[in-house]
Design a protein around this ligand. Sequence first.
Ligand code: VGL
Ligand code: ZN
Length: 213
Amino acid sequence: MSVLVLVDIQNDFLPGGSLAVSQGEKILPVVNKLLTLPFDSIIATKDWHPKSHQSFAANHCAEPGQIIILRGLEQILWPVHCVQDTYGAELSKELNLQRIDKIIYKGTDESVDSYSTFFDNGHFKSTGLDKYLREQHLEEVYIAGLATDYCVKYSALDALKLGYKTYVVIDACQGVNLNPNDSREALDKIKEAGGVLITSQEVTKKIGRGSGL
Ligand code: VGL
Ligand code: ZN
């Protein structure tokens, strides 16, 4: 059975947000098209940080982009973003949200970041997504969202490690590109690891076919 996982399509990652992904808004109509397809389940993830989150440069009197060590892991410092219960952390209202069955929250522990929607960056704790997918027999995972070079990348690589048939919908993702090739390299890594890069049009053919039959 198939699941669409929408990664972090939140106001702070869209134009006007504090960690806006350039041209992030371009994915919204594509994602809305995916939301009309008969996936067996649709999940959205939310980057969901406490104000005290240690990935925020402001909590270290540092500048965004600097790298520190957090619980033994390299951590890029980001502008304050996706703080719990703020507008920036809400899913974009331009999405047709009624079709979303479940929300997965990540980055809730102030001491470690969580790019993957399955585990935090240290693999200390899981978000509950793997358990949910297994319980619901959702073995084909279609990933879309923001950002290609962080949360989409690590979510896809974890999905593959966990044994899911993993598709990344390339025209429904957009990257931060701190370095200009980061998104390209992220997609290459996903492909090398066994992931399938697919367009929304191809997804429509695969998932759309069979609907109503
Ligand atoms: C993300 C940086 C920091 C993402 C989240 O959703 O890709 N990137 N937190
Ligand atoms: Zn974050």
